[in-house]
Design a protein around this ligand. Sequence first.
Ligand code: G3P
Length: 223
Amino acid sequence: MFIINFKNYEEISGSNTIKLSRAASKIAKKHKIKIAVCPPQHLLSEVAKLPVTVFAQHLDTSKTGSTTGYVIPELVKKSKILGTLLNHSEHRIPSSEIEELVSRLKTLGMISIVCVKDVNEAEKYSKLNPDYIAIEPPELIGTGRAVSKERPEIITNSVNAVKKAKNSTQVLCGAGIVSGDDVSRALELGARGILVARGIVKADNWQKSIEEFALAFKKNRKV
Ligand code: G3P
């Protein structure tokens, strides 16, 4: 799994979100790689009209009905949003909400990606059996210094910690990934995929940078 988190970067404002999503969709199809995009909340359903996997950057625990201003799983599912990031370093939530959302998403058949800041959290939240645990050391996010090179042990230790849960949860990693080589290193360390923001959103040529990442996946992917 290769996930592009658009965050709220100026570069993806307005129709640029559609342009970047189209580039991801094209490369995914060309190289038969699973690429998902996380656009800003207000553009989720717009992007979901494209042939691309769309995840939310965050979803709330509010119930359906009179819950003004919250964005919830049951409703975004109806707009073809297939899953969500949870507990991203820039949008942390209480463990009680993570537990509730992972179970609701499972019931809805939606993909849950629980972001964690260290190995302890990876071990703790893998017991909830989300589809993915995404390890992202906060100090490397947005730096261009790749987790797979700066802190390789945090990936291997997270993979081992998640294995202890003896369930289907897979490990993704993110933070500072900016090149195909960073991606290859992450996959060699046992991650089943990556999360990236700056390395692609702020690239001069979106198609070229997404393709560089996709080719690294193809080369290193364990079938
Ligand atoms: O969710 C992905 C993100 O936090 C990684 O950020 O900009 O270092 O790729 P970045």
